[in-house]
Write a protein that binds this ligand. Sequence first.
Ligand SMILES: [Zn+2]
Length: 92
Amino acid sequence: MAALPRLPQNLMAGGMSVAVRLPLEPGAVAHRATRNFAPVEGFPSRTQHFVVPACRPDEDPCAEFTAGWADHFGAVACTEPSCFPESMGDAP
Ligand SMILES: [Zn+2]
């Protein structure tokens, strides 16, 4: 598999957050962050939210970071259609 591109610049400028499966390290894949809501057990009127990758919302929760922070640690962009397909345009 080809190396994934860097995160799109506009994400960092916008301070958007991304979902990253830990550890956050060079080559870690950053996904578009989306939220799953679930009721809190024992408190039916309350919900809690989990950050999950937009391309795989059924997976276990991820950690959430700002795009700039993730990029600083060398995270790369997930190019799935529901994440950051536009980052493909930045690839060399
Ligand atoms: Zn993704």
